[in-house]
Write a protein of this length. Structure first.
Length: 377
């Protein structure tokens, strides 16, 4: 059961990444902002052929972006957002096959027991909740596409990583008799043991662009630059990764730390599964905290080896920042991380744009004290 719940947590992180994920791509693109722009974006953006310093051999340039096509998909997305049609935003933001994965998960006794029953419509709506969080009255109006930049190698890797779990699950369902025949518990049980590189190899990005576009808030006429990654997999339909698409309230360092908190959560859950398989995970209903600073561990059971846990975590992700994790029922449920030199910037998992976030505006130490209060400390 612990392994399966850890799998659900990993899948939840994958679902969340499709709507309100980190803006690390924007940070990467913004680092080039000082470079002069010499051409206006036209209906088709072309890329010069690249040569190396020591060779005249030409390399294949990234495929040109058809901005009319990209504008059309962004207009569909913003229209769906304006009308708060979460089923349409689900279709536009979620990878092909996500609906099958949801239906298979609904058939698992583990999910129904753990979350006290849930419907497909509730799962779809919940997957879109962070997208609509803080939505104002009045419509957004899409203006011109200002830039359409092909993703670089690292950005493609990160996008594939976000898509890979869902792609693997959809493939597993197809190979095991379809939604009605597949054993969802066994699917999640197998998923948690998979190698990330093997998962990523299943995702074939046909095209992927990071867009910068004009966006107007109709009631006031206020204009901003919006940002989104738009991509196709295996020649399929265009999808929108809607990170910071409104161009409002971008939190830079905090969003990067949210991404790190998610990585720490995944590493922690994988380490807990490994400890469970080795017979090193105690059975307890108590909540406890494990921290990168051992002096801040709280309520840790006597038979839980926190140092061994942290050592195993380093096999999957190693952070140079300070962090702590709330563990309950053999799973890591909440994470906070900060740069010790900038304690006001805090990353959390679930992230602060989650509807149930309780720590808005708090510094790292304040969140830690709040966690401890919840444990009776």
């Amino acid at each position: 059961m612990k392994k399966i719940i850890a799998g659900f947590i990993a899948l939840t992180a994958a679902f969340c990444s499709m709507t309100a994920c980190s803006d690390s791509t924007k940070d990467e693109k913004d680092s080039k902002a000082s470079e002069p722009v010499t051409e206006q974006v036209t209906d088709e953006i072309t890329t010069d052929e690249v040569t190396t310093d020591d060779s005249e051999e030409e390399t294949t340039a990234p495929k040109a972006a058809d901005t009319k096509e990209l504008e059309a998909v962004m207009k569909k997305f913003i229209d769906a957002y304006n009308s708060e049609d979460y089923k349409k935003t689900f279709k536009l933001t979620m990878p092909e096959g996500t609906d099958k994965v949801f239906k298979a998960l609904l058939n698992t006794s583990s999910l129904q027991e753990e979350y006290d029953g849930v419907s497909e419509d509730e799962m779809i709506k919940d997957s879109q909740s962070s997208l609509f969080l803080g939505k104002k009255e009045g419509d957004l109006i899409l203006g011109d596409i200002l830039k359409a930049e092909p993703l670089n190698e690292m950005e493609e890797y990160d996008l594939k990583s976000d898509l890979s779990l869902i792609a693997w699950c959809a493939d597993y369902i197809d190979k095991n008799g379809g939604i009605d025949a597949v054993d969802g518990d066994e699917m999640v049980n197998q998923m948690i043991d998979l190698c990330e590189d093997d998962l990523i190899s299943m995702v074939d990005l046909t095209e992927a662009y990071y867009l910068t576009f004009e966006l107007e808030y109709e009631p006031t006429g206020e204009k901003n630059e919006g940002y989104a990654t738009v991509y196709r997999v295996n020649g399929g339909e265009w999808k929108v990764s809607a990170n910071d698409f409104k161009g409002i309230d971008t939190r830079g360092a905090e969003k990067r730390l949210d991404t790190e908190a998610s990585s720490i959560s995944k590493a922690a859950n994988t380490a807990l599964v490994e400890m469970d398989e080795r017979g090193l995970l105690p059975v307890t209903d108590e909540k406890f905290i494990v921290s990168s600073d051992g002096s801040r561990d709280m309520n840790v059971p006597d038979d839980f080896d926190a140092e061994q846990f942290k050592k195993l975590m380093k096999n999957y992700y190693e952070s140079e920042n300070e962090w702590f994790i709330k563990i309950y029922g053999g799973c890591a449920f909440e994470v906070a991380v900060c740069d010790p030199e900038k304690p006001h910037a805090v990353g959390t998992y679930p992230p602060s744009d989650n509807a149930d976030f309780e720590y808005e505006g708090m510094e790292y130490d304040e969140i830690y004290r709040k966690y401890c209060e919840g444990l009776g400390g």
